[in-house]
Design a protein around this ligand. Structure first.
Ligand SMILES: [Zn+2]
Length: 103
């Protein structure tokens, strides 16, 4: 498994219908450039999806396996976000920090 950038709370995560994934980070003691990293099991939900029915949330796979933060697996730029609800598909991830990598 190759290394990826650790996703932080400033990451933009979209569905294919212009919906934005709202993630509630639960990490409180670690920050990347002042933003908490995102974990695979942080609660998330889409807002503003234009599909009918709308995309609901994301189920992550391929989170970091060798690093854990506050007991959870950090999400990486190489993680795959499968969309639950709506027409399915994969979330588009952009805008993450590019200094800290993990695998
Ligand atoms: Zn959508």
């Amino acid at each position: 498994m190759s290394a990826g950038y650790v996703l932080d709370a400033g990451t933009r995560i979209m569905c294919p219908h212009s919906g934005t994934l709202m993630v509630r980070p639960r990490v409180t003691r670690v920050a990347l450039d002042g933003r908490p990293p995102l974990l695979a099991d942080d609660p998330n939900a889409f807002a503003g999806c234009g599909a009918s029915p709308p995309c609901a949330r994301v189920q992550w796979s391929a989170a970091a396996l060798r690093v854990s933060i506050e007991g959870g697996q950090p999400l990486l730029s190489t993680s795959v976000g499968l969309i639950v609800g709506g027409s399915g598909g994969q979330a588009v991830v952009t805008g993450y920090q590019t200094r800290v990598t993990a695998r």
